[in-house]
Design a protein around this ligand. Structure first.
Ligand code: GLA
Length: 341
């Protein structure tokens, strides 16, 4: 039996930049998904979601889709086969510690852990992690039917303990950034808002960004400068202004955390939140009241995290300040790996 673990992530800063060829600064968290796999005779794939007490059985060559968690497993098997990794029969079991559907990339953790376990059980030890991130993103886009960027998969596969990962989505340049908070703590608090609206809002923002790039006649959002903004109608000009500012904040935040200047990070988190709220129109009343409550609880910085329109708020607390009861304290943990049993 082989066992693989893949983590969820937080994104320190750099929101709605991944699908805009921009910059982001995630780190992996210690919570994630663990998959165990055992080779089985023939081509029968059996998958068991232990937390849900649910099961799926299909032929390794079956290309029909499914819904819910089954789509991830079927998609992973199909995409690995399509990329030339011959897979036979296997029995998979998985369970997770990362909250599902709460903006901490439980989906990427599942895709990545399933793929690592499948590869290992097939005796494949060398593979390209970047190609695997793209493959997992295809699972999510084509099999699960959710359009997301590459942020979550890269975070799950490339982050490192005590480091944040600076990702440049234009050329996929990845850099480990030392993460020194000097006694400050980051906590994640759910806004309590269901993500029903999130998908439509997210899709709409992606379309707006694509339209802005088309109207300006540039190859990529990274080629857009503040001078171009006057050539765009509202609200496209505000969307672009957010992305330009957010990219700058990623580099400023990377500099702050590597220099051990958390006060500066707090300022940047607040700027990012205002930009997501006022320029990207991605906030909701529940998110705003969560942010306000976190400031009352002693946070110095707080911002919505992930796709917006609900989900989680990331807050930065100074030394000695206890975190609210519903906060999950997060620190940078290791990337996806095989677990020795
Ligand atoms: C969601 C998506 C990511 C990214 C963020 C916004 O979390 O899964 O790919 O686009 O929204 O930064």
């Amino acid at each position: 039996v082989v066992r693989a673990f893949a983590p969820g992530r937080v994104n320190v800063i750099g929101e709605h930049t991944d699908y805009n060829d921009g910059l982001a600064l995630p780190f992996a968290i210690s919570l994630g998904v663990t998959v165990s796999a055992e080779a089985a005779r023939g081509r029968r794939v059996e998958a068991i979601a232990l937390d849900l007490a649910e099961r799926d059985v299909f032929d390794a060559g079956d290309r029909s889709g499914a819904t819910g968690w089954r789509a991830f497993v079927r998609g992973a098997v199909a995409e690995l086969a399509a990329s030339g990794h011959a897979l036979g029969g296997v029995r998979l079991e998985f369970s997770g510690t990362v909250p599902r559907g709460q903006g901490v990339a439980s989906s990427a953790a599942l895709e990545v852990a399933v793929c690592l376990a499948l590869l290992r059980v097939a005796g494949i030890d060398t593979y390209d992690r970047l190609a695997l991130a793209r493959l997992c993103s295809r699972v999510e886009n084509s099999w699960v039917g959710v359009s997301t960027g590459l942020l979550d998969q890269l975070a799950a596969l490339f982050c490192a303990e005590d480091r944040a990962l600076r990702i440049d989505f234009r050329d996929l340049d990845l850099r480990q950034v030392p993460f020194a908070l000097d006694g400050w703590a980051l906590g994640l608090v759910p806004s309590g808002e269901t993500r029903a609206l999130a998908r439509t809002g997210y899709e709409q923002r992606r379309l707006e960004c694509r339209r802005a790039v088309e109207l300006l006649g540039v190859q990529s959002m990274r080629d857009v400068t503040p001078d171009d903004l006057s050539r765009l109608p509202a609200p496209l000009n505000r969307r672009v202004l957010h992305v330009i500012g957010e990219n700058e904040r990623v580099d400023a935040a990377a500099a702050s955390v590597s220099a051990g200047e958390p006060e500066q990070l707090a300022v940047l988190l607040n700027e990012s939140h205002r930009s997501l709220r006022d320029l990207y129109d991605a906030s909701t009343p529940a998110v705003e009241s969560t942010v306000a409550r976190l400031f009352q609880s002693g946070a110095e910085g707080a911002r919505m995290m992930g796709g917006g329109f609900g989900g989680q708020v990331l807050a930065l607390f100074p030394p000695g300040q206890s975190l609210p009861a519903d906060a999950l304290r997060v620190t940078p943990a290791a990337a996806a790996h095989l677990v020795e049993s």
